[in-house]
Design a binder for this molecule. Structure first.
Ligand code: HEC
Ligand code: HEC
Length: 354
């Protein structure tokens, strides 16, 4: 207890000093809302290549509109061409935090978090905190997209362009558009609040604010609170009749996946020509095709994705980090239940994907 008391007294006495500390005017007054990058910068960490100091609200708004609607008003006042005929970015990416613990990419924790926070459960990673990552299109995406992915791996602008053309099946963004999306992404950077620091972590930070620059250990320590890259491992579809003697499927989870993931794209009037309705016919079709390992199998669709046919979009595959095999079993259990029993109502989830 004694050293802590000493530190507290020291901090109290020194407060006026570092409130007025020249170029590091934010030092020591970091709070929950302080961007993580601000602290890293104060520690002497060089800013990444995609860093932009200016965040003009007009430009951020343009970026937000491109991401949400695929069109915006350009700097010259005219409406831009739609980015993709098939998708908008948010068909596959959330805009809010989606992992309760930013140090792990755990689909089961993410689904619980999605249910608590009324979020969708999607194949792409969230744009929240995307500027805090240092590589993109990791793991098996490097294989999937070859040379394209190599360019995107170390460079966020290239990653945006790769996704605009390959994932969203649209055109390359103009320079002003990609800069707008980047500016919008910076508005979604991680804040200290997101790291869920404990009291003692905060004490460590406050104390560190008194130390000289180039504090390598502290930089590494702070970066340890979140993943610097989203891992991606592809997998094969599980065996059609997969039954595990150790895992008991959870139908409620299956329902959440069906709505917050599948239906968010496959809703009536959505981006596919194959609506997944809350109807016995649909459930029976999905159940039987999965049981026989046939083409409409949900296991196959999720693990392999579905190729685009002329005039239509494709379905992205889900890596293990975005949907686990246990979750696939939950989904299949839910489908089976809906096909044979009294159907569970899809409320309240359906209201969240409107
Ligand atoms: C049809 C689905 C889909 C659409 C539409 C889509 N993306 Fe993606 N995106 C993905 C998937 C899948 C990945 C790879 C997994 C991931 O997020 O890391 C990805 C990855 C990314 C990444 C790298 C993320 C990382 O950490 O590895 C960026 C940046 C990105 N997308 C930007 C965009 C932008 C900007 C748009 C809209 C112009 C867009 N995406 C539209 C599915 C999509
Ligand atoms: C990002 C959007 C998206 C998500 C999320 C998504 N799908 Fe798809 N899915 C598509 C598209 C696009 C197609 C292509 C079919 C079409 O439009 O005709 C497709 C096709 C399919 C097909 C094959 C239909 C055919 O025409 O052969 C099945 C089965 C399927 N999806 C099931 C699912 C299930 C189950 C989930 C949830 C785990 C899911 N999808 C999630 C977009 C999505």
């Amino acid at each position: 207890m004694k050293p802590l008391l000493l530190i507290a007294i020291m901090l109290f006495l020194l407060t006026p000093l570092f409130l007025n500390a020249g170029p590091y005017e934010t030092r020591g007054i970091w709070d929950e809302n302080t961007p993580v990058y601000q602290v890293l910068k104060d520690f002497g960490d060089p800013m990444p290549e995609h860093y932009i100091p200016q965040r003009d609200p007009e430009v951020v708004k343009r970026g937000e509109e491109i991401v949400k609607y695929g069109v915006t008003q350009g700097p010259d006042g005219t409406t831009s061409n739609v980015q993709s005929q098939f998708f908008v970015c948010i068909d596959c990416h959330n805009l809010q935090r989606e992992d309760p613990d930013l140090r792990a990419s755990d689909p089961e924790a993410r689904l619980d978090y999605a249910i608590q926070n009324r979020k969708r459960f999607l194949p792409g990673t969230t744009f929240y905190g995307i500027v805090n990552r240092t590589t993109w299109y990791n793991g098996d995406y490097q294989r999937k997209y070859g040379d394209f992915a190599a360019h995107a791996n170390k460079n966020l602008v290239n990653a945006i362009q790769l996704c605009a053309t390959k994932c969203a099946m649209g055109r390359k963004l103009d320079d002003w558009e990609v800069q707008s999306v980047l500016a919008y992404f910076w508005s979604l950077e991680l804040k200290l609040r997101d790291l869920r620091l404990t009291e003692s972590d905060w004490r460590k930070l406050r104390l560190a604010s008194l130390q000289p620059d180039n504090n390598q250990d502290l930089i590494a320590w702070l970066k340890g609170f979140y993943l610097s890259a989203a891992p991606a491992t592809f997998s094969k579809p599980p065996a059609p009749m997969m039954v595990s003697d150790t895992y008991v499927p959870d139908i409620e989870n299956g329902k959440a996946i069906y709505v917050l993931s599948c239906m968010s794209c496959h809703k009536t009037g959505g981006i596919t020509s194959f609506p997944l309705a809350n109807s016995e016919v649909t459930y029976q079709l999905l159940r039987d095709h999965t049981a026989f390992g046939a083409n409409f199998s949900v296991y196959k669709a999720v693990r392999n994705g579905i190729k685009a046919s002329p005039g239509k979009g494709y379905m992205p595959n889900f890596p293990l980090q975005r949907m686990s095999d246990n979750q696939l079993q939950d989904l299949q259990a839910f489908i089976k239940n809906q096909a044979t029993h009294d159907q569970l109502p899809l409320e309240p989830f359906v209201d969240w994907i409107k």
